[in-house]
Design a protein around this ligand. Structure first.
Ligand code: OVM
Length: 400
C-alpha cells in the first residue's frame, strides 16, 4: 500500500484465534481497544476494530465495508469459499435484498406469534424432565436440548440426521477464522455434513407450514428464484442452531453466577427478553466477523487499503467502557439494546426474534420452577474460531 500506515501494530505473536485467546478473549479485547481505534494484526495481514464506536460505524456502512468478499478471514476475491456463498451473510445489495426480505418475513414476529404457545409448552415439558434431578448439565440438558427440540420442527426438517446440525454449524463458524487446528478438526466431515444439509434444503424434504416451506412458497410467488430458495433454507440450518445454543448457554451461565439477577428475573419474568439480550451483550456468542474495504478508507487517521480485510470484534465492542457503564457486569437493569452481538445495520441477525422467543420460552419455564441455580462444577469452554461457547456446565438447582 502506498499510504503510510500509522495504526498501532499489535505484536505478530498476537493471535485472536489461538486456543489460549479463545479460552479467555477478554484480556486481548481490552488490549486491542486500548491500542487505538484501528490496529494492525500483521499475523493475518488485516486491520482490526475493537471499540464500540468504530465497530458500530463499520457495521452500518455496507457500501464501504462489504460482505460479498466473505465475512471470514478468507478473501473471496482471491480464495475459493469452502461452500457456495450465503445469499444473505456473504452478499451485498442489490443481490442481498430479495433473500433478506423473504427470510425476514418467514421468521418475523407475526409468524413467531403462532409458535409462542407451543414453544412455551415444549419448554415446560423439557424443564420438568430436566428437574427430575437437582444437578444436571445446563449445556446438553437445556441449551442444546431446547433449540434442537423446537427449531428443526419449526423449519420442517425430517427426523433423520438432526444430529448433523450442531457439527455443521460449528464447522461453518470455525471456517470464518484462519485455517488452524479447529478448522482441520472439522475438515474430515465437511463433505458428508454439507451433503446432508444440502439435501434437507430441497422443497420435498420440508414439511408444510414450516419456515422451509414458506421460503419455497416465496419462490412460487416469484419473490426469489428457485435456485435461491435452497440456499436461503441453508442459512436457517447454518445460522439457526449453534448460535441459539450458545446464546442460551450464555444466559444460563450468567444466571448461575449472578444469583441476585436470577432473583430479579423470578420477581418479574417479563425481564426474560432483556436478560437474553444482556447475556448476548455480555458473552457475545458470535465474537467476530470480518468485512472487506471497497475503497481506501480512512479511520481515525489510518488508511485501510481497498480490498483489505477488517476484523470487527463484536465481543470487545459489547464490553467497551467508552460506551457502556460497568461493561463487565451482567445487569438486568441496564438497557443492552444497542449491543452489536446480533450485528447492526443491513445484515443484523435476521433470526434474532427466533432466538429471543426460544430464550423467553426457556427462561420463563425455568423461572416458574427454579428458585436458585448455581454452578456445581467448573464449566468447560468449547473452542471455536468465531463462537464463545461452552461444552459443559454442571449446575445445581433448588426447585419450588
Ligand atoms: C448463512 C449464515 C448467516 C449468519 C451466520 C452464519 C455460519 C451463516 O447465511 O449461512 O454463520
Amino acid at each position: 500500500m502506498a499510504v503510510t500506515d500509522t495504526s498501532p501494530l499489535v505484536h505478530p505473536d498476537v493471535d485472536p484465534f489461538a486456543p489460549e485467546t479463545l479460552e479467555d478473549p477478554l484480556p486481548l479485547q481490552e488490549r486491542l481497544r486500548d491500542a487505538g481505534p484501528v490496529v494492525r494484526l500483521d499475523r493475518y495481514g488485516v486491520h482490526a476494530l475493537a471499540r464500540y464506536e468504530h465497530v458500530h460505524a463499520a457495521l452500518t456502512d455496507w457500501q464501504t465495508f462489504q460482505s460479498a468478499a466473505g465475512v471470514g478471514l478468507a478473501n473471496f476475491r482471491h480464495e475459493k469459499p469452502w461452500r457456495p456463498p450465503s445469499l444473505l451473510l456473504e452478499a451485498d445489495p442489490p443481490l442481498h435484498d430479495a433473500p433478506r426480505t423473504v427470510l425476514s418475513r418467514v421468521v418475523g414476529p407475526p409468524r413467531l406469534r403462532r409458535l409462542r404457545e407451543a414453544w412455551a409448552e415444549e419448554a415446560r415439558e423439557l424443564v420438568d424432565r430436566v428437574l427430575g434431578r437437582t444437578s444436571f448439565d445446563a449445556v446438553t440438558g437445556l441449551a442444546q436440548a431446547f433449540p434442537l427440540r423446537v427449531f428443526p420442527d419449526a423449519v420442517g426438517l425430517g427426523r433423520e440426521g438432526r444430529e448433523n446440525l450442531l457439527p455443521y454449524g460449528d464447522h461453518a463458524f470455525n471456517a470464518f477464522g484462519p485455517r488452524n487446528a479447529l478448522v482441520d478438526k472439522g475438515a474430515p466431515r465437511v463433505a458428508e455434513l454439507s451433503a446432508w444439509v444440502e439435501a434437507q434444503c430441497a422443497r420435498e424434504r420440508l414439511a408444510p407450514g414450516g419456515f422451509g416451506a414458506a421460503i419455497w412458497e416465496a419462490a412460487d410467488r416469484g419473490d426469489i428464484t428457485e435456485r435461491q430458495a435452497p440456499l436461503i433454507v441453508r442459512s436457517l440450518l447454518t445460522a439457526g442452531v449453534d448460535t441459539t445454543v450458545h446464546g442460551l448457554a450464555a444466559v444460563l451461565y450468567a444466571f448461575a453466577t449472578h444469583p441476585e439477577q436470577w432473583r430479579r428475573l423470578r420477581e418479574d419474568p417479563r425481564l426474560a427478553r432483556v436478560a437474553f439480550d444482556e447475556a448476548v451483550r455480555w458473552e457475545s456468542p458470535v465474537q467476530t466477523f470480518f468485512r472487506t474495504a471497497t475503497r481506501d478508507v480512512e479511520i481515525a487517521g489510518t488508511t485501510i487499503p481497498e480490498g483489505g480485510k477488517i476484523l470487527m470484534f463484536l465481543g470487545a465492542a459489547n464490553r467497551d467502557p467508552r460506551h457502556w457503564t460497568d461493561p463487565d457486569s451482567f445487569d438486568l437493569t441496564r438497557d443492552p439494546s444497542a449491543h452489536v452481538g446480533f450485528g447492526m445495520g443491513l445484515h443484523q441477525c435476521v433470526g434474532q426474534h427466533v432466538a429471543r422467543l426460544e430464550a423467553e420460552s426457556l427462561l420463563t419455564a425455568l423461572a416458574e420452577r427454579v428458585e436458585h441455580i448455581e454452578l456445581a462444577d467448573t464449566p468447560v469452554r468449547h473452542l471455536n474460531n468465531t463462537l464463545r461457547a461452552w461444552s459443559s456446565m454442571p449446575v445445581r438447582v433448588r426447585t419450588v
